[in-house]
Design a protein around this ligand. Structure first.
Ligand code: SF4
Length: 351
């Protein structure tokens, strides 16, 4: 077992290492409220309705979570069209467009919508701004499920801009009303750079009423920025298709880490990375169960990195209630509708 980390609540000072080899463990890291809710929704659906429970796309972007739920009986499909007529399907935390809801209705599917409420907020903004006659710039990544879902709410009113380069060249015409919104899992700094370039070219560009980049994405970036300047190496636990995990690697490098790598599992950590490495930073994306971080810490301990300090830059206690459809059925059956399991540590469930 790796050594228990000392927790440093105040972000102001990170101590000098007592030994040559040290681990700085970022906090917050790992599961956010939206991921927690979505994963529990599939688990509770399997328990309550029994197999099969279909899930459109990966419920959250993490290989371990998807593999574990598959073993338990969840069937992951690419499209609502792949779900047999009349069966039950869970929509993932990344959200879906109205077209997907319509397809599911046409096939008489029972749906459980596990879209994160913070993604739903962006959908609502898109609908509202389109109704008010705005041209909407969506800052986000082409092909990401969340972007597909948001664009689907008002396809004729939204232009996707992916990065500062595209902000320099995109032709938005001369709209009187122009506003930007964003994907929830972007780099805060790069998004602001994109927006600032757009505003130089289109001074009428308005800001959304509140941040779209969610609290969990922002908190994990702040935490990794805190440890990165002292890290010879940062290891980010997260999957390749997890936007916020990939951003953590970029943010760590921009904040001064000498090297940064993303791994799904401890077994992907490469010994070659450790030449002349005294301090290793460790963090994880918002869809990553803590058990995977503990696996990396265990491996680091085997390499002699037993001195672990947790560097905490924020505390999180947000929790979302289970999807409405599931709550209704659980309540009707006399079951509890909280998204906490009785006395069980959910991290153990996903081992
Ligand atoms: S990363 Fe943010 S938007 Fe995505 S599921 Fe988590 S809380 Fe929701």
């Amino acid at each position: 077992m790796p050594a228990m980390p000392r927790v440093r609540k105040e972000p102001s000072e990170i101590r000098q290492p007592e030994s040559a080899k040290q681990v700085l463990l970022a906090a917050p890291r790992g599961y956010c409220a939206g991921v927690d809710r979505a994963v529990i929704a599939v688990e509770r659906a399997l328990e309550h309705y029994g197999e099969p429970v279909y899930v459109r796309k990966e419920i959250v972007h993490n290989r371990h979570v998807v593999e574990t739920l598959t073993e338990r009986g969840a069937i992951f499909v690419d499209s609502a069209n792949d779900v047999p007529e009349g069966e039950r399907v869970v929509f993932s935390a990344h959200g879906v467009s109205p077209e997907v809801h319509a397809k599911a209705a046409a096939r008489n599917l029972e749906t459980i919508d596990a879209t994160c409420p913070l993604v739903t907020k962006v959908h609502r903004e898109a609908i509202r701004f389109a109704k008010e006659g705005y041209l909407i710039v969506l800052v986000g990544h082409d092909g990401h499920e969340e972007v597909e879902g948001t664009m689907g709410e008002a396809p004729d009113h939204i232009v996707l801009v992916q990065n500062p380069d595209e902000a320099r060249t995109v032709d938005l015409g001369d709209p009187e009303k122009l506003i930007w919104i964003s994907q929830t899992t972007l780099s805060v700094d790069e998004t602001m750079e994109t927006v600032n370039i757009l505003r130089e070219r289109y001074p009428q560009l308005q800001d959304p009423p509140s941040d779209d980049i969610c609290y969990a994405t922002q908190n994990r970036q702040v935490a990794v920025k805190k440890i990165a300047p002292q890290a010879d190496l940062v290891i980010v636990v997260g999957s390749a298709n997890s936007s916020n995990s990939v951003r953590l690697v970029e943010v760590a490098l921009e904040a001064g880490a000498k090297a940064a790598h993303r791994v799904d599992f401890a077994r992907e950590v490469d010994e070659e990375w450790f030449h002349d490495v005294a301090t290793v930073g460790v963090t994880s994306g918002a869809s990553v169960p803590e058990v995977l971080v503990q696996g990396v810490l265990k491996l680091l301990a085997e390499y002699g990195y037993t001195d672990v300090e947790e560097v905490q830059t924020a505390t999180e206690d947000l929790m979302f209630s289970l999807p409405r459809e599931l709550r209704k059925d659980l309540k009707a059956a006399g079951h509890k509708t909280s998204n906490k399991k009785d006395g069980a540590d959910r991290e153990h469930d996903l081992r």
